[in-house]
Design a protein around this ligand. Structure first.
Ligand SMILES: Cc1ncc(C[n+]2csc(CCOP(=O)(O)OP(=O)(O)O)c2C)c(N)n1
Length: 512
């Protein structure tokens, strides 16, 4: 066995069995090991942003890391934006970055770079493997670090001589222990505040599934506390039968108004909210009133229900009923961003995973999703666009028996459009709805917010995608994905129905 095989064998033994990859020469032993070690599925992405975004999507579905396999500093650097999103989502991911053989580093060959410096800002754990016998224990530690809590991105740098050198299974020890994340003092303090009066709110973030929603709902029903959900949670389970809570508005002025009057904010799996950007006109970052107390039940990167369940017990909250909204219906009228989202909400099946990188076109779906059949949505946690299509790749690999819908803004989609090829090659069950507004609409809004009401030709040109008009149907077909364009509600309906009935990928370009 060589170091590469020991590394993969250890991963498989820990239940880590998918490797999203874009390798090079320094990773050839690891590529070869995929055929020697049974049980590891390699999935090729044609750009590192696809690889890292796919690992993010996979980790959000399973709560366990996938591997990424990346080529030295430059290959890794290409994947950083989506690792930034994964870091913000606290998604478990284990990066394998190949490096030159240790004795070749001092030669400063063309691909030599400072990988540690590139990896540190997006990783909660970075380790350089010291030799072939170290690959297994380094993998164990990386997986444990990625799963946490707090969960996140772990990175192993694997010099090529560590991969090709001889190794032994006995080199691997036991995985490290992890501490439970709940802060008992914060639970006690939150219980006292919740019982003693008003002005207490609860904020859910990170992974927000049924367990978080139901515990928060019981507390809210019993104490009158208002519950908020982060603007961009990593995972939000929603739909009929599930408690619904308002999301903190994106624009800070609206968020400040919405959160005004909260005197204590109890955070579960997240932290106190801040404005997405620092605006000259606003001059502040905080969204909460001055002096608002913040209690962290359990930190970002841990499941919020752990703290909330403890709070339910401390308060002895009774079970609480959920009242459902009527099921959404396909609307009439013209196809626009509102009706587009309503069509998706009306047709999406139970158990779907909706990867939401719809940007400004997401409003129609957002107002409909709470009454759709129960499903999960994944959002852009770190604001680095180009995450949606890769994330859908990873989600579909992780959940082959669920429908994945990628609600995809057109500008963002082009950053990692090669994801479509991986969808085709792997036969992934993804229905992509491209929200084709042919603009960087949010930037047009942001220009306006700077006081620029009459942008000149240059500013207009940098925020417009209309000329030449992108042809998503041809793009998709070029990557091997069947596609159609929709200009009416009926066409979108037909396209979605076709996509959802197809086992593999399908793309509908909705002109809105
Ligand atoms: C990696 C990265 N590059 C650039 C940006 C800046 N940016 C934010 S939104 C945006 C355009 C989004 O356009 P589109 O995806 O078409 O959505 P729309 O605003 O039209 O709804 C850009 C370029 C970013 N957030 N992340």
């Amino acid at each position: 066995m060589n170091g590469a095989e020991l590394l993969l064998q250890t991963a498989v033994e820990q239940g880590v069995d998918v490797c999203f990859a874009n390798p090079g020469t320094t990773e050839m032993e690891l590529v070869g090991a995929l055929d020697q070690v049974p049980g590891m599925r390699g999935v090729l992405g044609l750009f590192e942003g696809v690889v890292t975004g796919a690992a993010d999507g996979y980790g959000r579905v399973t709560g366990r890391p996938a591997l990424t396999l990346l080529h030295l500093g430059p290959g890794f650097a290409n994947g950083i934006a989506n690792l930034h999103n994964a870091r913000r989502a606290h998604t478990p991911v284990v990066n394998l970055i190949g490096d030159h053989a240790s004795w070749h580093l001092s030669a400063d060959a063309p691909l030599t770079s400072d990988i540690e410096s590139l990896a540190s800002p997006v990783s909660l754990h970075v380790e350089r493997v010291t030799g072939p016998g170290h690959t297994g224990s380094a993998m164990l530690e990386a997986i444990a670090a990625a799963i946490g809590p707090p969960s996140g991105v772990a990175t192993l740098i694997v010099p090529q001589d560590a991969a090709w050198g001889a190794a032994d299974l006995h080199d691997v020890g036991l995985p490290p222990e992890v501490e439970p994340p709940v802060d008992g003092d914060a639970v006690g303090a939150a219980a006292t505040k919740l019982r003693s009066g008003d002005g207490v709110a609860i904020l859910l973030g990170g992974v927000v599934r049924r367990a978080e929603l139901e515990a928060a709902h019981r507390i809210a029903e019993d104490t009158g506390a208002k519950v908020w959900v982060d603007t961009f949670p990593a995972v939000l389970e929603q739909g009929r039968g599930l408690p619904r809570f308002d999301a903190i508005p994106y624009f800070p002025e609206q968020a400040i108004d919405a959160l005004a009057g909260i005197r204590t904010l109890v955070c579960a799996g997240t932290r106190a909210p801040v404005a997405f950007f620092g605006y000259q006109s606003l001059g502040r970052s905080d969204l909460l009133d001055k002096g608002c107390d913040v209690l962290e039940l359990c930190p970002p990167g841990s499941r919020g229900h752990l703290g909330l369940d403890a709070l339910v017990d401390a308060l002895e909250c009774p079970a609480a009923k959920v009242t459902d909204l009527d099921a959404p219906e396909v609307p009439g009228g013209n196809l626009d961003m509102i009706t587009m989202g309503q069509v998706v909400g009306a047709l999406q099946p139970e158990g779907a995973i909706v990867v939401n990188e719809a940007a400004t076109s997401g409003l129609g779906w957002a107002i409909t999703a709470g009454s759709a059949p129960p499903h999960e949505s994944f959002s852009l946690t770190g604001g680095a666009i180009g995450q949606g299509l890769p994330c859908a790749v990873g989600a579909a690999v992780a959940a082959p028996d669920r429908k994945v819908i990628a609600l995809q803004a057109d500008g963002s989609g082009l950053y990692t459009v090669q994801s479509l090829w991986t969808m085709a090659r792997e036969g992934l069950d993804v229905t992509v709805v491209v929200c084709a507004n042919r603009a960087y609409r949010i930037l047009q809004m942001e220009l306006h917010r700077t006081g620029n009401d009459d942008p000149g030709p240059q500013a207009r040109a940098l925020t417009d995608l209309g000329s030449p008009a992108l042809d998503w149907v041809s793009l998709a077909k070029g990557f091997g994905v069947e596609a159609m364009q929709a200009t009416t509600i009926e066409e979108l309906r037909a396209g979605l129905e076709r996509g959802l009935a197809t086992e593999g990928p399908f793309l509908v370009e909705a002109l809105i």
